[in-house]
Each structure stands twice: as C-alpha cells, then as structure tokens.
Design a binder for this molecule. Structure first.
Ligand SMILES: Nc1nc2c(ncn2[C@@H]2O[C@H](COP(=O)(O)OP(=O)(O)OP(=O)(O)O)[C@@H](O)[C@H]2O)c(=O)[nH]1
Length: 377
C-alpha cells in the first residue's frame, strides 16, 4: 500500500475518468437517440476527471479556489450520473431539484473552506453528501431499473462506496484533527483507491446498461411486429415449436388458434388504410387483454393472427375464443369481427405444421359458415 501514494492514485483517477468519459461520449454518438442519459453519463466522469485534476493542484495559495472547484466537480459529476440514470429510465429529470442540491452543497463546502475552515468536518460533509446521492440513485435504479446485471453492478458499487464513505465520515469526525488529502495514510490511500474503483465500475455499469438496452430493443424489433406489437411470424412459429417440444417432455395439452379478421378489405376500402392499421392495433390489444400472461399472440401475415395457448385443451380454448368475440363487440369505434379456427395438440405424433393445417381448415369452415364465429377440430 505504501508504494501507492495519493498523487499517483489521483493521477490514475484523472486518466481513468477521462478514458471512460470519452468512451461514453462515443457511445452517445453512435447509439440510437432513444437511449437517453448517455450525454450525462459521459459528462459525469469528465467532471470527476477535472475534480481529480484540481485536487492535484489544490493549494492554499489561491485562496483554496481549486479545492472548492474540485468539490464542485466531484458533486456535480455525481448529480450528472444521477440525471443520466433518470433520463435512461425515462423518469422526470428534476433538473431544478438537482441544481438546488448542488448549490446548497457548494455553499456548505464554501462555508467549511472559508468561513469556518475544518478539514475533518468538510471531509465528513462531502462523504455524507456523496453517500446520500449514491443512495438516491441506488433507490431510483431499484424502483425503475430492469432487474439485470448492469443495474445490479451499479447498485453494488454504490452500496460498497456508501459503506466506505460512512466509515470515512465517522473516522474523520472521531479524530477531529487536520490531515491533508495528500497524507499517505492507509485510510487516505484506501479512500482514493476506492474512488478510482468506483469511477471505473459506475462508468462500466453505465456502458453495460446502455448496451443491454440496445440489445433488448434490437431483440424486440427482431421478434415483434412493428404495427401491432404482437410477435412476428418467425417468433410465434418458434414459440409454437418450443411448446410442442415441451409437450413431448412433460405431456400437457396446448392449443392453437388462427384468427382472421372478417371483410378487412372492405374496412380498408371504405375507411382508408390508416384506419385499417388502427383496427389491427385495436384488435391486437383486445385479444391480448383476453389472453393469459402465458399465452402468445403473433401476426401470421396481413390480417391473420396465431394464438398459442399453453396448458389449454381444445374445450377450454373454445371458451377463450367466445370471450374474444365478445371483447371485439364492445361498442368501440375500431371493433371488428373475426373468424377463428382452433385445434388442440393430439399427442406425440402431432406437429406444429399439422396443427396449423387443421386450424386453417377450421378457419375456412368458420368463414364459409358466415364468419364472426369459431370452428374447432
Ligand atoms: N390496413 C392494413 N391492411 C392490411 C394490412 N395487411 C393486410 N391488409 C389488408 O387486408 C386485406 C385482406 O383482404 P382479404 O384477404 O380479401 O380478406 P377479407 O377482406 O378480410 O375477407 P375475409 O377474410 O374473407 O373475410 C387486404 O385488403 C390487405 O391489403 C395492414 O398491415 N394494414
């Protein structure tokens, strides 16, 4: 530990923060615009780099202005990181509140530098303020963030830093003696090492959170129909195949429905294509509201949809189909009528293709018998 002097650790913090700031700035440039928060996440480590640089030149000669500015940068960086998280999670950004917190903290720091100078008190105050800001961000991510590794990494880093900062605040107050930042004591080196680690892990966490979001969005685009939000043809067929494989392993029934809107060409021709699009969206929402969470709805093509109903035999599926007809006759201006062909899994020799063929035959029958009804077989 003795070979790590505070100056080299601070220099390392400057370098690391700069690198991570540049990485995040590049990500903001290249990532889709709808991934919000990257600008603030890029500015945060740049503020920390400046703060660390100012700590290096801190001296009493210029009325301790660099020291004050260093604190302004460190606290500002944390508030920027918090703001980035708010924007990323599409929460109200509370810019005025954050600015108010920053100014109030700076007034207190200024007081402890120039009016009632005390290094231990200032150290305790800044440590507790940083801990509080971490706790706030941690709670925000807990409430609104996805339960995934990148978010957990940021939270674990913040929890660790909060613990270290509390120890630091208590020891600073307990000893209540003046000691400089550059004092090569065990605690000082530990604190600076922790700062370097926290900067690195928080910014890596931000990089991972943004990348994870891009990945999730691309995956969604690749598997969902952009107009209705239902699964696309490839994805629903893959789900059907998965369900059939599952049924082979642990015999449990499942059913398939083919749903085809009635006279949809006439809807388009009479009211226009955009109205037709809205009818398709309303149809999807109405059907999804009837289905259970484990059921899947996919757009098979045009105005034809497939519903996969795990753990549901053909009899139960008919009850569901009746509910769909009722839901689509709610009196809503975009209500439409639908014909449904349904079939249940018939055991180990049955395949998805065979089930779709049977459902199609039943759909054809429903159309032939006058539409707006369900046939099963
Ligand atoms: N607005 C809109 N229309 C679509 C879309 N996809 C397919 N269609 C239209 O859906 C209509 C389907 O017409 P048909 O296959 O003749 O079926 P239909 O008029 O519903 O008649 P039946 O199925 O026999 O009741 C066509 O006019 C397509 O242009 C879409 O994404 N948006």
């Amino acid at each position: 530990m003795s070979s790590l002097d505070p100056r080299s650790l601070i220099a390392m913090a400057v370098f690391m923060s700069l690198v991570m700031g540049v990485v995040l700035a590049f990500m903001r440039h290249y990532y889709p615009r709808n991934i919000r928060g990257l600008r603030e996440w890029a500015c945060a480590p740049l503020a920390w780099a400046l703060g660390a640089l100012l700590h290096l030149v801190t001296s009493a000669q210029w009325l301790q202005a660099p020291l004050f500015l260093a604190n302004a940068c460190v606290l500002g960086g944390l508030l920027l990181f918090h703001l980035g998280c708010r924007r990323f999670l599409q929460q109200p950004d509370l810019k005025t509140v954050l600015l108010g917190i920053w100014l109030a903290a700076l007034v207190s720091v200024a007081w402890l530098i120039w009016v009632a100078p005390s290094y231990p008190l200032r150290l305790a105050f800044v440590s507790l303020t940083i801990a509080a800001l971490h706790a706030w961000t941690l709670a925000l991510l807990w409430r609104h963030g996805p339960r995934r590794f990148p978010v957990r990494l940021v939270q674990a880093t913040q929890a660790l830093h909060i613990a270290a900062l509390l120890v630091r605040a208590v020891t600073a107050l307990a000893r209540y003696q003046d000691a400089g930042l550059m004092e090569p004591s065990f605690m000082q080196v530990l604190h600076l090492g922790m700062h370097v680690t926290v900067v690195l892990l928080l910014t890596i966490g931000a990089v991972l959170m943004a990348t994870d979001r891009v990945h999730t969005e691309f995956e969604h685009m690749a598997t969902h129909d952009s107009l209705t939000g239902a699964l696309n043809r490839r994805a629903i067929l893959a789900k059907c195949q998965e369900e059939r494989d599952r049924a082979l392993r642990q015999p449990q029934s499942f059913s398939l429905m083919l749903l085809d809107l009635d006279h949809f060409k006439a809807v388009n021709d009479t009211h226009g294509h955009q109205h037709g699009d809205r009818v398709l969206q309303h149809f999807t929402q109405s059907v999804q509201a009837v289905l259970r969470r484990t059921d899947r709805l996919g757009r098979y093509g045009g105005e034809e949809f497939v519903a996969l109903l795990p753990g549901t035999d053909a009899v139960a599926a008919q009850t569901l189909a009746r509910r769909i007809h009722v839901a689509l006759a709610s009196g809503h201006a975009l209500d439409c009528q639908v014909s449904i062909g349904l079939t249940g899994w018939q055991g180990v020799h049955d395949t998805v293709d065979a089930m779709l063929a049977r459902a199609d035959t039943q759909l054809y029958r429903a159309k032939a018998q006058g539409r707006n009804q369900t046939c099963a077989g």
